[in-house]
Each structure stands twice: as C-alpha cells, then as structure tokens.
Design a protein around this ligand. Structure first.
Ligand code: PEP
Ligand code: MN
Length: 374
C-alpha cells in the first residue's frame, strides 16, 4: 500500500508522523518514506510493507494531509504506476534533474581510450552546453580476445576531465559489483569532480546479484538497459531488483532487441516502447540509438539512421538519449564504426531540439488532458 501525501507536506511535519504512527500501529506493518521530485511539485509517499492485506484504506483517506491511498498491485511493486497514475519517480543527481517530463542527451565515447580523445569529447560538449556524457571503462565484450576496457586505471583522468569541462553526470557501465567501489573511490579522489550514472548493460539485465548490489547502494543512480532477448515484463521485473533494494533512482533504457528480423540494423529498434514503459513504470526512459542501429548507414535524403531512430524515440517522449560519438573513430577500441563525429554534434543536438519541440507541441495540442495523477 502506498500513501501519497499532499504536495505541501514537509518530510519532518507532524502530519506525516501521525500517518506513519497509524500505519505502524497495524501488526507486522513497517513503513518506508520516499520523496518524489516531480517537474512541478515534490511529494512524499509512505510505503507500507509487510502484512498490509488487512490494513484498511479509509482511515488514511480521512487525514487532510493525505492525497490518496493506493493498493499496490503485484506487478512492478516498486517501479509500477499501479493503474492509478502515480507520479513518475523524478530525481535530482549532481545538479541534474531526471524525470518523465524532460530530456537529456548523453553523447560520449563508447569506451574510454586515450585521454586526448576523452578531452576532445568533453570539450565539444562544453562548447555546446551539454553537461551529460557517456564513457565506458568496463566493457562486456562478446569475445574474450577483444578490448575489455581500461577499467579503474582510466577513472582518474576521466573524472578529472569531466570536472574540467563541467560534465555533471557520466554514464558508465559496470560488469561486477567491485566496480562500484572503484568508481566511488575514484570519485572521492577527484574531489567529486563529476557524478556517475551506473549502467547495467543488456547482457547483465538478469544478473540478479549485481542488480541487488546496485539497488542496495543509494549514492549512484542506475541506468538499466533492457535485456536484448527477454520480454519487456522480465526487464521491468529485473528493475524491481534494483528498486526493491532501496535505490529508486533508476532510468530504463531501450537499446533494441536481438533478432535478425531487425537486419540490417544491429538490433530491432524498439523505441515504440518509450510510451509503453512510461505508462507501465514511473521511470524516466532512455533510448540508445547507437547500439540499436550499430552503423553509420544513411537514408537517401541524407539523414543517418542513428538520427532517424533518435527522432523516433524523442517524438515518442524519451527522457534521455545515450549516443556514441568519437573524435577519432579510427582510433576507437570499441564500436568505432557506429560513432558519430564531432562535426556532427551540433546538427545532432539541433535535430533533437527540433523533434523534442514537436513532441511538446503534440502533447500541448493533441493529447487528451490527464484526468488524475501527473
Ligand atoms: C554500451 O552502452 O556500451 C553497451 C555495451 O550497451 P548494451 O549493453 O546496450 O549492449
Ligand atoms: Mn558500444
């Protein structure tokens, strides 16, 4: 059961304490408090855990400080909307707000190689006012003989350069729980020069022990990538492992599905699922056009397929775009052939801006106004 408090209820208010006291008065019931940072308002939610089946809704609805009481459905307990339009889980991290209502582009290198390439990347982002990027240090590769990433060794220069160029959040995949400690230690040594969005790659989408570990730490938010060969429901359940551990600062990423029916793209592009994930879950939704398309193929009118599928995700309301760029793709140690080039960055960002504006116009002029919730 979830009790949604009215928006003006402060976390330390007597009204909140009263409701918690009543909830914990029921045998076998404990509570957890969550703060939801929305675009226009922030709300406090009280989660009732344990034997809640016999707890009635009505006494809680009588509090003037309570907005509504929601019985949690079995499906997607922590991340789901429970059919009643619970608000999305917006959150702030290192000065950047993530929610189902806004959009951030994370252009960056697939894998960290030489410091000068990382520096050229971050410098270009600064020039264009972008404060979010990607940089892979730990790479899960299909072949053990392929480059596995520069690991912990590259973290000091990546974080220092991020700080130098004002990058606030770097998305970085981890493949083992020890990588969280390595990242946190390097962030501390850098004087918290930047922040890290911990990425769980598609190959680890059902690595439940890893998901539990990233869920049990709450310092770093999580970018969860949909499993490439499992159902959407299974991927959302995998996210529940993170959320149920205590970390609800999760972004759900679509990155294409593995099937030869998607040829000639590397994966079958699944960005029609952006609004589906926004409807089923409270999580901001990311798209990864680079790992979906996997090449620099171009349409006859001169738009790269990566631009076209980005537009498909953004016009459907995506909240984050993770996209591979490289200053010198011929030097890239991973995924060079799909990387966009530095001189394509301004046009890419302009394209995203055009399409996001079209999405916002669609919502303003075409959408049916919501009847409840946010
Ligand atoms: C990546 O983003 O570098 C990556 C390996 O992606 P995925 O897990 O989606 O294949
Ligand atoms: Mn890659």
């Amino acid at each position: 059961m979830i009790i949604v408090m009215k928006a003006d209820t402060q976390p330390d208010s007597p009204e909140l304490a009263q409701v918690i006291q009543m909830a914990e008065g029921y045998p076998g019931v404990s509570t957890q408090i969550h703060r939801i940072e929305g675009a226009t308002r922030s709300v406090t939610e009280i989660y009732l855990l344990g034997s809640t089946g016999v707890v009635p809704i009505e006494p809680f609805e009588e509090f003037t400080s309570v907005e509504r009481v929601v019985r949690v459905t079995e499906k997607f307990r922590s991340i789901g909307r429970h059919g009643v339009g619970l608000e999305a889980h917006g959150f702030d991290y290192n000065g950047v707000h993530f929610s189902q209502d806004n959009l951030h582009v994370f252009p960056g290198v697939c894998a960290v190689d030489e410091p000068h390439n990382v520096e050229a990347m971050f410098a270009a982002l600064k020039e264009h006012g972008v404060v979010t990027s990607r940089a892979g240090a730990y790479k899960p590769r299909t072949s053990p003989y392929d480059f596995q990433g520069n690991g912990a060794d590259c973290l000091p220069f990546v974080f220092e350069l991020a700080g130098k160029y004002g990058i606030k959040v770097v998305a970085m995949e981890i493949t083992h729980e020890s990588h969280i400690d390595e990242i946190q230690a390097a962030l501390a040594s850098s004087g918290q020069a930047t922040g890290v969005l911990v990425q769980i790659g598609t190959r680890n989408a059902q690595n439940f022990e890893l998901l539990k570990v990233v869920g049990q730490q709450t310092e770093l938010p999580v970018l969860f990538k949909r499993g490439m060969g499992i159902t959407l429901e299974e991927s959302l359940n995998a996210c529940e492992y993170v959320a149920s551990g205590g970390n609800r600062r999760i972004i759900f990423a679509l990155r294409g599905m593995k099937t030869n029916l998607g040829d000639p793209h590397r994966n079958f592009v699944d960005f029609a699922h952006v609004p589906v994930v926004k409807r089923l879950s409270r999580l901001p939704v990311c798209i990864d056009p680079s790992h979906s398309v996997g090449s620099r193929a171009m349409s006859p009118e001169g738009l790269l397929d990566i631009f076209n599928v980005t537009a498909q995700g953004v016009i459907a309301g995506a909240n984050m775009v993770l996209v591979d760029f490289h200053p010198n793709p011929e030097q890239a140690l991973c995924d060079g052939p799909q990387a966009l080039l530095m001189d394509e960055l301004p046009r890419y960002l302009e394209d995203v801006r055009i399409v996001r504006a079209a999405y916002e116009e669609r919502v303003a002029k075409i959408a049916t106004p919501p009847t409840q919730g946010g």
